[in-house]
Design a protein. Structure first.
Length: 249
């Protein structure tokens, strides 16, 4: 694979070269490779087929996770979110010790403490990691999904971007069955506060516990705003916003 330099941008196939555009710029690679039919049927490509099936499993699990988080995802994500989540799901899938190679499942990996720990703490926006933004202890009540911040001083315990005057928080309680794809998501009311030195207790309670037979996932969203003449505006299109997996049960 090579990177295309120059003012002429080409997309498509030219003789034995394929040109295409990515987030990293214009790339070019040689055309060709093994036929799909051979990969599908040739015993020599058994491992390739197994790897392909497990790749699809991990990609599907990542998509399910992003879908279950819902509209909160639109407020805090980076351009490499899909590939980063694919990597996490692949690691979790590898913890399935019961299924044969090619059929290992993310749902089985999440049945282990190690698998749940891999997903816990995941940041949907790599540019705004939870641990580098919020410096206040929180308590999480897993049956209800309630998140509580006690004796919280926003101006001292939030690393906020320049120009921010306010922040908001919401939490989500997700019950996601990675095997069936069935999920339920409940979200707390939004809490909006000034970035000042007021001592406060902030509580986020989802509308109801998320029910189901899947994995319980707890998510927190932090957004930053600048107030001008009584109107709050999102800073830099949400690049500073945090969306984090607080816990997985």
């Amino acid at each position: 694979m090579a990177k295309l330099e120059g003012i002429i941008k080409i997309q498509g196939t030219l003789e034995n070269l394929t040109f295409y555009k990515t987030a990293d710029g214009q790339l070019v690679r040689t055309k060709g490779g093994v036929s799909k039919n051979r990969i599908k049927n040739d015993p020599a490509f058994k491992r390739t087929r197994e790897n392909g099936m497990e790749f699809a499993e991990s990609a599907h699990a990542g998509k399910l996770m992003r879908t279950a988080v819902g509209t909160m995802l639109f407020h805090a994500k980076d351009r490499r979110l899909s590939s980063r989540m694919l990597g996490i799901m692949a690691q979790i899938k590898n913890l399935d010790t019961t299924s044969i190679r090619g059929e290992r499942k993310v749902s089985e990996g999440l049945g282990t403490a190690e698998g749940r720990l891999l997903l816990k703490g995941f940041d949907f926006n790599v540019h705004a990691a939870f641990g580098s933004v919020l410096y206040v202890p929180l308590s999480l009540d897993t049956p209800s999904g309630k998140v509580t911040f006690t004796d919280f001083i926003p101006a001292e315990q939030i690393m906020f971007p320049e120009g921010a005057t306010h922040f908001s928080m919401r939490s989500a309680f997700v019950n996601l069955d990675f095997e069936t794809g069935v999920y339920e998501t409940t979200i707390s009311p939004l809490e909006n506060r000034a970035l000042d030195n007021s001592l406060t207790t902030l509580t986020l309670t989802p509308s109801a516990p998320a029910t189901g037979s899947g994995t319980a996932i707890y998510v927190l969203l932090i957004e930053f705003f600048q107030e001008v003449n009584g109107v709050q505006y999102t800073l830099n299109n949400g690049n500073y916003n945090v969306l984090n997996v607080l816990d997985v049960v």
